[in-house]
Write a protein that binds this ligand. Sequence first.
Ligand code: HEC
Length: 90
Amino acid sequence: MKAFALPILALMLSGNAAAGDPAHGKQLLEEHCTQCHDSSVYTRKDRFITSKEALSKQVHRCAINSGAQWFDEDVADVVNYLNATYYKFK
Ligand code: HEC
């Protein structure tokens, strides 16, 4: 039984799962998203993402291109991390 307690506790501590877990997003990003571009595309002057919806679509598109098989929750976590760290959309 003990093996189940920790993940459940972690879920509870991570709070609002629906809003996306940025720490998990960071981990996913580092694992899957550095083959084609590094983080400089998120901060460049002429970046083409101008809304959270667009960010979400782009992450989804890039996730497919990277070959990662992500759930919607994974996409949401990465969007959340990218937004909190670089884009800062409301
Ligand atoms: C197969 C190659 C490839 C992989 C892997 C990849 N990307 Fe991309 N990504 C691109 C290309 C190409 C662009 C467009 C770059 C450009 O216009 O210079 C881009 C652009 C982006 C942008 C928009 C940057 C802007 O201008 O604001 C985001 C956000 C992004 N990628 C996220 C991700 C995420 C998250 C992952 C991991 C799932 C990922 N990418 C993995 C190819 C890739």
